[in-house]
Design a protein around this ligand. Structure first.
Ligand code: GLU
Length: 511
């Protein structure tokens, strides 16, 4: 057991919207940090200026704010290990590049892109490594004077890591166990480019993990191939003792079939792969987000937490606190997790049921006002309580609940044929009188009066209720009749009955 303080980081590159897999990675880091009383750091890895996308950083921050994943340090959060944006750490990296050059662990390479292309054409599977570097133009093959001359002329170069051949490199992965890779398959990775005076991902990532005292690197499986290089870099700097432990999380897979989940799967099957809607600043393309699609953040968290890990019981609904208590990094699966987006909608349904109607009200109010309805808060909460169990998304409530706010102006033909019987006009006219005479329009009072009248006349309760429903709702659906009439109030109820009587009685009555 490590006695180190737990410090983990989520380190996205601001190259576009955050993919839902990245959200899962951040969530697992968050759960791990919280359960160990550790710190979660938000670092922006923006050393590849060609891939920088404006707005991406703000988008990522807003996504976590919406999801309720809180960071302890980092870009926009502050902390003692800053700056946390890599483009603001140039001088720090320069110092460490120098260190590797001075200790012979790295070298300068002057090969031009054209020269490298020529090598790739000439030599199949060309790799810049121990076997080829001797034939290239670098500070190992050129004499000191030539190198100095090139530098004084301002020639561009890259700094490459000198990977020693024939060495087994071992990565201890919390999820995957011991992963051994022979250094012969690694190339002399570029660590720094003179052209923009910036390090590449690999160097910046290692230097920052070290300086920010990162104890565990928890990230997606796609970074596993980089891990041996990262281990070698730690060693080259002499930082073995503080090397973080690694955990490479399982991939998120397509819902239907093999391969990695992609945006195209979302477009094809109709689900978002981003937490928030993303408006691409270059193409103008709009990609849907979980927030805008009507998911509750807790539902997204719960859904994602179970993609690659489970508590080992049947429990599927877990609050964030329960996740913190039960999450176990070492029990994450090695195999990829199928992105069952339908399950995501089920989680949303469950969280709608669990949510307080007061919290859901603003969502529904927005939908109502988009439809031109100005309902009171009390009405909104009441309709939610009556109807939310029927939907997976709050937006689905509108077609189901429109009648609460707007009187029907047409009557569903099929329901009319089935429910508006010969005796219906007479019965509804009588019911109208029964209700009109009520001073107390409470649910109980209505029910008592209506029952008494039905019994006295020996009517069939079903006949009356079905016809009455048609007059108030315009079709055959909805909650209990007295819930509807109480919600509408006496005046509106009577008005709708009158309107239906006028409209439907004009139709030829059945013989
Ligand atoms: N910047 C990398 C990314 O975009 C970070 C990978 C890592 O966590 O080491 O995911």
């Amino acid at each position: 057991m490590t006695t180190r303080n737990v410090r983990v980081r989520f380190a996205p590159s601001p190259t576009g919207p955050l993919h839902i897999g990245g959200v899962r990675t951040a969530l697992y880091n968050y759960l791990f940090a919280r359960q160990h009383g550790g710190k979660l750091i938000f670092r922006i890895e923006d050393t590849d200026s060609r891939r920088f996308v404006p707005g991406a950083e703000e988008y990522i921050i807003e996504s976590f704010k919406w999801l309720g994943i809180e960071f302890d340090e980092g870009v926009s959060f502050g902390g003692n290990y800053g700056p946390y944006r890599q483009s603001e750490r140039r001088d720090i990296y320069k110092h460490y590049v120098e260190q590797l050059l001075n200790t012979g662990k790295a070298y300068m390479a002057f090969d031009t892109p054209e020269e490298l292309d020529a090598c790739r054409e000439r030599i199949p599977n060309f790799q810049y490594d121990a076997h080829t570097r001797g034939n290239m133009r670098n500070s190992l093959t050129l004499d000191k004077e030539t190198v100095e001359k090139l530098l004084s002329e301002g020639a561009q170069y890259v700094v490459r890591f000198k990977v020693e051949p024939d060495e087994d490199v071992c990565v201890n992965d919390i999820i995957r166990g011991k992963v051994v890779i022979n250094s012969n398959i690694l190339d002399d990775k570029v660590l720094y480019k003179s052209a923009d005076q910036l390090p590449t991902y690999h160097l910046a990532n290692i230097v920052d993990d070290h300086l920010m005292e990162i104890s565990h690197v928890i990230r997606g499986e796609e970074w596993l191939p980089s891990a041996p290089l990262h281990v070698l870099l730690y060693r080259a700097f002499g930082w073995e003792d503080t090397m973080p432990e690694f955990a490479h999380l399982p991939l998120l897979l397509k819902p239907d079939g093999k391969g990695k989940l992609s945006k195209r799967d979302g477009d094809r099957l109709g689900f978002p792969v981003f937490p928030l809607q993303w408006n691409d600043p270059k193409t103008g393309e709009i990609s849907s987000g979980y927030r805008e699609s009507g998911y509750l953040p807790q539902a997204v968290i719960n859904f994602l937490a179970l993609l690659g890990w489970n508590p080992g019981t049947d429990q599927e609904i877990l609050s964030l606190d329960e996740l913190v208590a039960q999450f176990n990094l070492s029990k994450c699966s090695k195999a990829g997790a199928k992105f069952d987006y339908v399950k995501g909608t089920w989680f949303n349904h469950e969280y709608i049921l669990l949510s307080n109607d007061e919290t859901l009200a603003p969502h529904f109010e927005k939908i109502l006002s988009n439809n031109g309805i100005n309902a009171s808060h009390e009405q909104v909460v009441k309709v939610l309580a009556l109807m939310k169990s029927r939907v997976n998304f709050i937006k689905e409530l509108w077609p189901l609940c429109k009648f609460f706010f707007v009187a029907p102006d047409t009557y569903d033909e099929k329901t009319v044929r089935k429910r508006w019987k010969e005796q219906s006009p007479r019965q509804i006219a009588e019911l109208y009188e029964v209700l009109k005479d009520l001073e107390d329009f409470s649910m109980e009072a209505q029910e008592a009066a209506v029952n008494q009248w039905i019994e006295a006349c020996d009517y069939k309760l079903g006949d009356v209720m079905n016809a009455w429903r048609l007059t108030l709702v315009g079709e055959g659906k909805g909650p209990h009749m007295y819930e509807i009439s109480t919600f509408l109030g006496k005046a509106e109820t009577l008005q709708r009955m009158q309107k239906a009587l006028n409209t439907l009685s004009a139709e030829p009555l059945m013989e």
